[in-house]
Write a protein that binds this ligand. Structure first.
Ligand code: ADP
Ligand code: MG
Length: 357
């Protein structure tokens, strides 16, 4: 008859073998001493190929050091286990995201034997979340494009009218034609500018980081929004200072952020008002952009929900603008701060790191 301890030991071994959760035992030196079939499936390797190799061979280089502080705590015994998301490298070279629980294994006497890693593949979930984010960005852009269309149609009508007038003048044989052509081509340039600004909104763009002057980006979005503002009796006042403010960023995303903050400001002043856009360089490392309106302000209850997707107080709002903008600024290693006073107005402060090159 088998004793119950050795019987339960056999069960434990079996449990690890058949577990759908990837399980790896790592000795105190960081070498893999046991790997179960589920872990082999996630990695695409046979157990023999992994045994006695350092576990970090399979971890995406950038992620090896990322949790260093927390790993130190685990080693020193301050924490018993860690929950992390990490990228592993599959045998075929692609990245697999895993949700990983790392625990210290101790002997009965309490000495550290090594670590146990339990992990499941969350790559599909990550991909779906990424696609969802892209979809939200696109939906926000399209809704902005739609809402701006009226203002833009208006903005294009003025140069069109003047072009039409000059064409008629030329046809009637009036003199001074060079001058007319100059005016016509500058009006066409203006239409081109407006249309290209609108097109960027409607088209999905791939993310591309490049050097850009914040002052120029702001000028471009103001071109797009100015008629909208004038229709609502809002004056946009700019104070960009003399110095350039070059950041490293995705131009389309940054413009989308600025449009969102300007639109929100304009919409907070249904009876008209002023929106001041000010740049400030505290030091050589960051630039702060302030969007200050004297609109309705944001009540405490709404302030705490700002950034929740689909949270809106507007009939035609989608409640995506703030969330997406904040996420985009954070992707640029920046920050967004909101300060607001009811009936007095709101200031959105965006901080971005300046380009170091
Ligand atoms: P939407 O503009 O579609 O409603 P946002 O995410 O841009 O979505 O904003 C969410 C909510 O935050 C708005 O509905 C509004 O109540 C509030 N809000 C944002 N910016 C301002 C502002 N400058 N002044 C007043 N309220 C604001
Ligand atoms: Mg908005």
């Amino acid at each position: 008859m088998m004793n119950s301890e050795s019987l339960s030991y056999d069960f434990m071994v079996q449990a690890i073998e058949v577990s759908p959760i990837g399980t790896v035992f790592i000795d105190s030196e960081g070498s893999i001493i046991k790997i179960n079939p589920a872990a082999c499936v996630i990695l695409g390797y046979e157990a023999e190929e992994c045994l006695h190799h350092p576990y970090y061979h399979w971890i995406y280089p950038e992620d090896v050091n990322k949790d260093k502080d927390r790993m130190e705590k685990l080693k020193s015994g301050k924490t018993a286990s860690l929950q992390l998301e990490k990228r592993l490298i599959h045998k075929q070279g692609d990245i697999r995201w895993v949700s990983c629980m790392l625990s210290t294994a101790r002997s009965r006497e309490g000495t550290t034997l090594g670590y146990v890693a339990h992990f499941t593949d969350i790559t599909d979930m990550k991909k779906a979340a990424h696609q969802e984010e892209e979809r939200l960005i696109q939906s926000d852009k399209l809704s902005m494009a739609g809402q701006l269309a009226a203002g833009i149609a208006h903005e294009i009508r003025n140069p069109m009218t003047s072009i039409k007038g000059f064409v008629q003048l030329i046809r009637s044989g009036a003199g001074g034609k060079d001058e007319y052509f100059d005016i016509i081509s500058s009006e066409i340039e203006r239409i081109e500018l407006i249309v290209s600004e609108l097109l960027f909104l409607a088209k999905p763009q791939s993310v591309k980081f490049e050097r850009a002057d914040i002052r120029q980006l702001l000028d471009q979005v103001i071109t797009l929004l100015n008629t909208q503002a004038i229709i609502h009796n809002v004056e946009i006042i700019t104070d960009f200072g003399e110095r350039e403010a070059i950041v490293e960023g995705d131009v389309n995303h940054l413009k989308q952020v600025f449009i969102n903050f300007i639109k929100n400001a304009v919409e907070s002043m249904p009876g008209g008002g002023e929106l001041t856009i000010r740049l400030e360089r505290d030091d050589d490392h960051t630039v702060a952009i302030y969007f200050t309106d004297n609109g309705c302000g944001i009540p405490e209850a709404i302030l705490s929900r700002l950034g929740e997707p689909f949270f809106t107080t507007k009939e035609k709002g989608n409640g995506l603008g703030f969330m997406i903008s904040k996420k985009m600024i954070e992707d640029h290693k920046g920050q967004v701060h909101v300060s607001s006073k009811l009936q007095e107005g709101t200031t959105i402060k965006v901080i971005l790191p300046l380009s170091i090159i």
